[in-house]
Design a protein around this ligand. Structure first.
Ligand code: HEC
Length: 135
């Protein structure tokens, strides 16, 4: 059958799906860009890479106590939102990186020590995120 000879199939048919894929990809890329633009309009905070790393650490290591008090501690862990916007920490100690680092490394009351749990880089990221006021 002449209609199925390779010489007739090759130039025309394979091109159609390739073009269709290209168009679909452009459409998808457009949607993603539009989505990003919309997210920007809603004022979603854009974190630096370091702050975003700190946010992950905070959410995994700190939020379950400081936001959910999932252990039902009698002394409710203080809200850390804007912790660096006040002159002092809830304990009354000056709100400095050094003091927060010390609390994290040594623990305090029912808060466990995180000594050896964070690298220097991770600690810096955690502090950078706390400085955003927890965006
Ligand atoms: C097991 C629950 C728990 C976890 C997990 C936890 N905390 Fe706490 N945190 C507490 C409690 C309870 C206090 C209050 C301690 C007190 O004053 O007796 C506290 C206090 C603090 C304070 C205030 C210290 C001061 O001097 O007032 C900071 C800052 C803090 N935590 C940061 C963190 C960070 C950062 C993490 C994550 C790395 C974290 N905490 C993880 C329970 C927790």
């Amino acid at each position: 059958m002449a209609a199925y000879s390779p010489t007739r199939l090759q130039p025309g048919l394979p091109l159609i799906p390739v073009r269709a894929r290209g168009v679909a990809f452009l459409g998808l890329a457009g949607l993603v860009l539009a989505g990003l633009a919309l997210a920007g309009c809603h004022g979603t905070a854009v974190l630096t890479t370091q702050q975003a790393e700190g946010k992950d650490l905070y959410q995994v290591r700190c939020a379950h106590c400081h936001e959910d008090n999932d252990l039902g501690l009698k002394k409710v862990p203080p809200n850390l939102r804007g912790v660096f916007n006040q002159p002092v920490l809830p304990s009354g100690a000056p709100a400095t990186d050094e003091n927060v680092k010390r609390v994290v490394l040594s623990g305090k009351g029912m808060m466990p020590s995180f000594a050896g749990r964070f690298t220097e880089e991770q600690m810096a990221a955690l502090l950078a995120y706390l400085h955003t006021g927890l965006r």
